[in-house]
Design a binder for this molecule. Structure first.
Ligand code: ATP
Ligand code: MG
Length: 481
C-alpha cells in the first residue's frame, strides 16, 4: 500500500515537473529568434551595389563614424533596393556607437524616440537615420531598456549588441544586408542574397514569435511582397491569416502611417488585394471590410479605381493626399450608414453629415487619421452632393472651391466604379475646359432645365414620405438634399 502511494506521488510530481519545464521552454522560446547567423562577406566585384547610387550624405555619415574608430554600415531597404536595381526611399545606418556618441559626433543631429532610440543626422532637408546595433532581449531584463506586452509585443527596444545580434533582429533576410564603406563589400548574415536571387521574402527566426513581437511585420510582409514582386516563404506566410487580430493592439497612429506606406507607395492595387487575401484588411478597416464581405460591388470598385489612380500619380511623381485615399476607403460604410439614418426618417443632408462624422470617428480608433486629413475627407464627401445637383447659382463658387479638384476627381472615380450619377462627372469635365462664354452657356442651359429638376426633386420627396422603407433612390444622392 505504502509503495503504491509513493508511486502515485512520484508520477504526479514528475508530471508537474515535466509540464512546468515544457511551459517554461515555450515561454523562453517566444522571444528567441531561431537563427544561427553565418557571416558571409561579398566582395565588391561579386555584387551590384555601386557607390555611385548611394546617397553622398549617407556615405559621409558612415565614413565619419569609421574614421572615429566605430563600425558603421548602410543597412536595410537601401541595400536591398540597390541589389534589385531600384531607387532606395531612404538610407539607414547601423553602428556600434551609442546614440549619445553619434549625437556628439554630428553637430547637425538630434536624438529621437523612447521606444526605439535613434539619431537623425540632418543635411538641409535630407535626413540620415543612425541606429545603434540592437540585441536580442533575452540576456537583458532591465525594464528601462526592454519591455514586452502580455502577447510578446516589444514595447521598448533599447538593448544594444553586436552586428550579428543586430542582423537577426531585423525583419526579413533581404533587409539584413550591410554595406561596408571601407572596402565596399556587402555583409550577409541570414542568406539574404540568396533570397534576393530567388525573389523570396523570408522572416528571420520563428515567424509566430516575430509576428507576436511586432504584428506590423505582417503588414511589412505584404508591402514588400507587393513592392518587390517577391513570394513569401511558406513559413512566413502561413501564420498571417491567424494572427491578423494582433494588429488591434498596435497604436492607431502607427497603423495610419503603415496604411499610407502600404497604399501610397505605387503598388496600392496589388497591396490591397494581398491585404484582403491574407485577412489583414479587416483589422485595419473593419467597417469597409463589412461592406466588401456583403458583396457591395461599388465599394470594391471605388477602392480599386482610387488606388489605380494613386499608383499612376506615384509613378508620375505627382503628389497624393491621404484624404483622397481615406475618402474612397470609407465611402461605402459612410453611404451605408447614411442610408440607414434616412430609412429611420432623417433628411439626407444631416444623415450624410452624421454618417460622415461617425464613420470617421470609428475609423480613427483603428488608424488615427490626423485632423487635417479627416476634415478634407468630409469636404470631399460634402461636395459630392453639390456637384451632383449642379445648382446653376452655385456652379461658379463650386469651381473656385479649394477642394473642388479633389471632390471632382472623386466624383469621376465614383462614376468609373459604376455609380449612376446622371453623367455629372462628364458635365464637370466639360465645363472646366470651356472659356467664360462657354461656361455661361452651360450654366444657362442648366437653368432652363432647372425648373424641371426642381419639380422632379419635389415629386420624389413627396413620394418618399409615406414610404420610409424605400431605399431605391439611395444610390443617387443628387435629388435628395
Ligand atoms: P522602405 O524604406 O523601402 O520602406 P525598409 O526595409 O528600408 O523599406 P524601413 O522602415 O526604412 O524599411 O526600415 C529600415 C530597416 O529596419 C528594415 O530594412 C529592417 O531591417 C529594419 N526594420 C524596420 N522595421 C522593422 C520591424 N518592424 N522589425 C524588424 N526590423 C525592422
Ligand atoms: Mg528604408
Amino acid at each position: 500500500m505504502y509503495s503504491y502511494i509513493t508511486a502515485i506521488a512520484v508520477l504526479v510530481l514528475g508530471g508537474t515537473l515535466i509540464f512546468w519545464l515544457m511551459r517554461n521552454r515555450n515561454q523562453s522560446n517566444r522571444h528567441k529568434p531561431i537563427v544561427d547567423p553565418q557571416k558571409t562577406i561579398i566582395p565588391r566585384d561579386k555584387h551590384p551595389v555601386s557607390r555611385r547610387h548611394i546617397n553622398d550624405n549617407a556615405l559621409k555619415v558612415i565614413n565619419r563614424l569609421n574614421s572615429q574608430g566605430y563600425e558603421a554600415y548602410l543597412v536595410g531597404g537601401c541595400i536591398r533596393d540597390l541589389y534589385l536595381n531600384l531607387h532606395p526611399k531612404d538610407f539607414d545606418v547601423a553602428t556600434n556607437a551609442s546614440p549619445e556618441e553619434v549625437r556628439r559626433l554630428f553637430r547637425n543631429s538630434r536624438l529621437i524616440g523612447r521606444r526605439f532610440k535613434l539619431v537623425h543626422v540632418l543635411f538641409g532637408r535630407e535626413m540620415i537615420e543612425v541606429a545603434t546595433f540592437r540585441a536580442n532581449h533575452e540576456q537583458h531584463h532591465g525594464q528601462e531598456k526592454s519591455r514586452h506586452s502580455e502577447s510578446g509585443r516589444i514595447l521598448r527596444d533599447n538593448v544594444y549588441g553586436t552586428m550579428e545580434d543586430d542582423a537577426i533582429r531585423r525583419d526579413f533576410t533581404v533587409n539584413a544586408l550591410y554595406y561596408d564603406g571601407r572596402d565596399f563589400s556587402v555583409v550577409d548574415f541570414c542568406n539574404g542574397v540568396d533570397d534576393i536571387r530567388t525573389g523570396t521574402l523570408r522572416l528571420i527566426g520563428d515567424p509566430v514569435t516575430r509576428y507576436h513581437e511586432d504584428p506590423v511585420r505582417m503588414l511589412r510582409a505584404i508591402r514588400f511582397a507587393a513592392k518587390l514582386n517577391f513570394n513569401m516563404a511558406p513559413e512566413t506566410e502561413q501564420p498571417i491569416r491567424e494572427l491578423g487580430h494582433l494588429l488591434r493592439d498596435i497604436p492607431a497612429a502607427r497603423l495610419f502611417d503603415e496604411v499610407l506606406k502600404l497604399l501610397q507607395s505605387g503598388q496600392g492595387v496589388r497591396t490591397f488585394e494581398l491585404l484582403r487575401e491574407y485577412q489583414l484588411f479587416g483589422p485595419l478597416f473593419p467597417a469597409t471590410e463589412h461592406c466588401l464581405k456583403e458583396q457591395d460591388r461599388h465599394a470594391g470598385n471605388l477602392i480599386v479605381e482610387s488606388l489605380k489612380s494613386t499608383d499612376k500619380r506615384v509613378r508620375q511623381n505627382r503628389p497624393v493626399t491621404p484624404a483622397f485615399l481615406f475618402a474612397a476607403l470609407l465611402w461605402a460604410p459612410m453611404r451605408r450608414m447614411a442610408r440607414e439614418l434616412m430609412d429611420q426618417g432623417m433628411p439626407p443632408v444631416p444623415a450624410f453629415q452624421q454618417a460622415s462624422m461617425t464613420v470617421i470617428a470609428n475609423q480613427c480608433s483603428h488608424t488615427a487619421i490626423p485632423r487635417r486629413f479627416s476634415m478634407m475627407v468630409r469636404d470631399i464627401w460634402d461636395l459630392q452632393i453639390r456637384l451632383e445637383r449642379r445648382q446653376p447659382k452655385l456652379i461658379e463658387s463650386l469651381l473656385e472651391h479649394p477642394k473642388f479638384r479633389a471632390a471632382y476627381d472623386f466624383l469621376v472615380l465614383r462614376e468609373q466604379s459604376g455609380e449612376n450619377l446622371s453623367a455629372a462627372g462628364q458635365w464637370w469635365t466639360e465645363i472646366q475646359e470651356l472659356d467664360e462664354h462657354g461656361r455661361y452657356a452651360m450654366i444657362k442651359s442648366l437653368s432652363s432645365h432647372g425648373g424641371q429638376k426642381k419639380q422632379g426633386h419635389k415629386r420624389r420627396r413627396r413620394r418618399r414620405k409615406p414610404r420610409s422603407d424605400d431605399t431605391s433612390s439611395n444610390n443617387n444622392q443628387s435629388g435628395e438634399s
